[in-house]
Design a protein around this ligand. Structure first.
Ligand code: ATP
Length: 502
């Protein structure tokens, strides 16, 4: 799976999906650029979400709020005081770690602790720790003993435990500082003055925009409980250890929705319904259910206002990790803004004839995490035999037609036969008005199919001599996953696209 990750990163770069930001300057840790195919894939993920979440529902409206909001928003929301991760410094290497992602283990032989080992968050944590433990055992000259090394794993070290843990960078115990709270919001200054009074923040989530505009939407949007407000946009977090490609970055894109419900409504049912909706949506864009699971946060570890949070987890190549968080937040946020702004955030509910501050269910997901999940699930290398009996490896991205960057490639069989290219270009122009389509006349047809396989194009249509010479104006339709070929008319091609691309 380390190989799978390498293969995805390499394909992403080679075919223009994702580049390192500022690459000619050596890159910039935690920032990424999306290339010509990447931005198509990303746009399709966004558009599918927006269509299903907003346009195709009667109870949800969309908004777009500013990235920099009044700093009072972030005081009221609790982010200025509490949006922190526990930071640990290595005094020797100057590396920084998140204490809750630093795994450490006691090496126990015959019931006696002989030392500690550490590892960073990774699928291989257990293996890494075991290897490190064996080293400790040798170092302690315990080769003679038959007793197995027992590795007792911990994470989220307490301040007292930190000095015992060897730094993952140097292996030396005693070089880690006690954990301290590190605020993840990026600060900037607004206006000409650069003093404390001008400090402002890049938003670390889009959600507060929905709470702050709640009254505006209620007063203008003709909405009635229960209803939702959705937004897609960039968020920024100064992550201590950005890692795993685009999984954890410092600038990323979120798709969030606040679903407001009656204060007396059965929030648990609403919460469950949204978990199911999110799960089904992920499946609709092609994520296999075998890679999805649910994780319920322990009640004791939740923020005090939160009633329940369930994450939809995805089996990434580096381990099972959070993809989509679905939180029941009560009416904490609206109350906070009412208190801080002095503007009541109540709603009058016609049905119950009551005035109250509604409660909210919040599904929050990252576009980049979906992007990485679909690449990981879609990537395959397989042995194929060509018509001359030669076997080769083909790389194929089995992307759902809903999100594939190119839906169909139009290929004239030969480049230098004008009858073929003229017919192909006419089809290309017609398809282009409705779908992302690619025209390619260069090289052997087999090569051209492989190029499309690698970027996940579900269908290729080839314009050949039968198209011109035989009756019916049919093309060869070649299907990506099965590589099966059949003849179709233009009308059949459009019908196929209509059915699968929505
Ligand atoms: P984590 O525990 O992984 O840091 P989180 O619980 O802080 O994530 P939320 O605050 O719930 O994440 O954010 C909602 C969603 O935004 C996440 O489920 C994830 O998809 C996305 N997200 C959060 N942080 C990042 C990041 N640094 N890079 C990319 N996506 C992110």
């Amino acid at each position: 799976s380390a190989n799978l990750m390498e293969a995805i990163v390499s394909l992403a770069k080679r075919r223009g999906f994702v580049f390192q930001s500022s690459e000619i300057y050596g890159g910039y840790n935690g920032f990424f650029d999306f290339g010509p195919l990447g931005i198509e894939l990303k746009k399709n993920i966004r558009d599918c979400w927006w269509d299903d979440m907003v346009r195709r529902r009667d109870d949800i409206v969309g908004i777009e709020t500013s990235i920099i909001m009044h700093p009072k928003v972030w005081q009221a929301s609790g982010h200025v005081d509490g949006f922190t991760d526990p930071l640990v410094d290595c005094k020797t290497s100057k590396q920084r770690y998140r204490a809750d992602q630093l795994f450490f283990a006691a090496v126990v032989v015959d019931g006696t602790t002989h030392g500690y080992v550490s590892a960073l968050e990774s699928e291989d944590t257990a293996g890494e720790l075991q290897t490190a433990a064996e080293k400790v055992k040798r170092k302690q000259a315990l080769q003679g003993t038959l007793a197995p090394v027992e590795v007792i794993e911990f994470t989220e070290a307490t301040p007292e435990q930190i000095p015992l843990i060897p730094s993952p960078a140097t292996g030396e115990p005693g070089s880690l500082t006690p954990p301290r709270a590190f605020n993840m919001m990026f600060e900037t200054n607004v206006g000409a003055l650069r003093d404390g009074s001008s400090v402002s923040y890049l938003r670390p989530e889009t959600a507060q925009g929905m709470f702050v505009d709640f009254k505006n939407v209620v007063d203008t949007g003709r909405v009635k409980l229960p209803f939702g407000i959705a937004q897609i946009g960039k968020s920024f977090r100064n992550e201590i250890t950005p890692r795993n490609f685009i999984f954890r970055s410092r600038e990323f894109e979120q798709m969030e929705m606040e679903y407001f419900i009656h204060e007396d409504a059965d929030w648990e049912t609403a919460h469950k319904e949204w978990i199911q909706w999110c799960w089904d949506w992920l499946v609709s864009i092609g994520l296999p259910e075998s890679h999805l699971s649910l994780f319920d946060h322990e009640k004791a570890k939740l923020a005090f206002y939160s009633r329940g949070t369930t994450d939809i987890m995805f089996k990434y190549p580096f381990g099972v990790q959070e993809l989509w968080g679905i939180a029941a937040r009560g009416n904490y946020d609206l109350n906070q803004h009412a208190k801080a702004s002095g503007k009541p955030q109540e709603i009058f509910d016609e049905d119950s004839k009551k005035k109250f501050v509604p409660h909210v269910i919040e599904p929050a997901v990252g576009v980049d995490r979906i992007f990485l999940a679909v690449l990981a699930a879609a990537y395959a290398e397989e042995e194929v035999t060509d018509d001359k009996g030669k076997t080769e490896t083909r790389t194929v991205l089995r992307l759902s037609p809903r999100i594939a960057p190119v839906k169909v490639a139009v290929l004239p069989l030969l480049k230098n036969k004008e009858v073929l290219t003229t017919r192909a270009k006419a089809l290309y122009k017609k398809l282009q008005r409705r779908f992302a389509v690619f025209y390619d006349e260069a090289g052997a047809i087999g090569r051209r199919y492989r190029r499309q396989d690698e970027i996940g194009t579900p269908w290729c249509v080839t314009i050949d001599f039968d198209t011109i010479e035989k009756e019916g104006d049919t093309f060869t339709l070649r299907e990506r996953d099965s590589m099966a070929q059949r003849r179709v008319t233009e009308a059949e091609l459009f019908a196929l696209l209509d059915e699968h691309v929505y």
